[in-house]
Write a protein that binds this ligand. Structure first.
Ligand code: HEC
Length: 197
């Protein structure tokens, strides 16, 4: 009598490399692994050893560093955005800027958008005179910023909010308050508003 095990091996003709166990007629063959697969497998083991040492032991890579790097990149792009859009400046936080390049920027904006009504020398025309001591809407940097931003549409002063970004409004407001202050240009428009020393 042959055992079940032996029968299965015989049927399969595999008695050479069949392993010595049998589960309900299912047998396991001890075939040689394909070399390409085997060496790749050894390779992954060797790689894992070096990788683990390098990663955890020598600290060649740290998530904390990568986070810092990414953070710095994000911070740069926020600064760039704010520089371009000036999103952080409003009528409460606006300051009178004194840097030459910002005033020069304000001058360019003024010449492009404002001279038609306020004159190149600030003496006024359709709009009020900036070179006298009289102001309709106040002459603090906050007041002037607000007037430029929201305008006085019913009186013909355009709201510039949609055309100039907050930084540009800050620059042109600072330019007006710096460049035209107490100049009292000849031929300027008659005073309007209240006298503010
Ligand atoms: C279409 C004509 C026109 C243009 C263009 C114009 N303004 Fe005016 N602006 C006016 C008028 C009119 C007033 C007066 C509003 C009032 O009577 O309340 C005024 C008022 C102002 C005031 C307030 C003056 C005060 O006495 O309180 C400021 C500041 C001002 N303009 C800045 C600007 C700036 C900056 C620009 C360009 C970005 C500009 N304006 C462009 C017509 C203009």
């Amino acid at each position: 009598m042959t055992t079940n095990d032996e029968k299965t091996k015989l049927i399969a003709g595999l008695d050479d490399n069949a392993l010595d166990h049998d589960y309900d007629g299912i047998i396991e063959l001890d075939n040689a692994l394909p070399p390409w697969w085997l060496y790749m497998f050894y390779g992954t083991i060797i790689f894992a050893i070096f990788y683990t040492i390098n990663f955890f032991g020598m600290g060649a890579y740290k998530q904390q560093d990568e986070l810092k790097e990414q953070y710095a990149i994000a911070q740069k792009s926020i600064e760039k955005y704010q520089k371009e859009h000036g999103s952080s400046v409003d009528e409460n936080s606006v300051v009178l800027v004194a840097e030459a390049e910002k005033l020069a920027d304000g001058k360019i904006i003024y010449e492009k958008n404002c001279v038609a009504c306020h004159a190149a020398n600030g003496g006024g025309g359709v709009g009020p005179n900036f070179t006298d001591d009289y102001w309709i809407h106040g002459n603090s940097i906050n007041d002037v910023f607000k007037t430029i931003k929201y305008g006085v549409p019913e009186k013909g002063m355009i709201p510039w909010e949609s055309q100039l970004n907050p930084n540009q409004i800050q620059n042109v407001a600072s330019f007006i308050l710096t460049e035209f202050k107490n100049k009292n240009v000849e031929g300027g428009k008659e005073p309007q508003g209240d006298k503010i020393e």
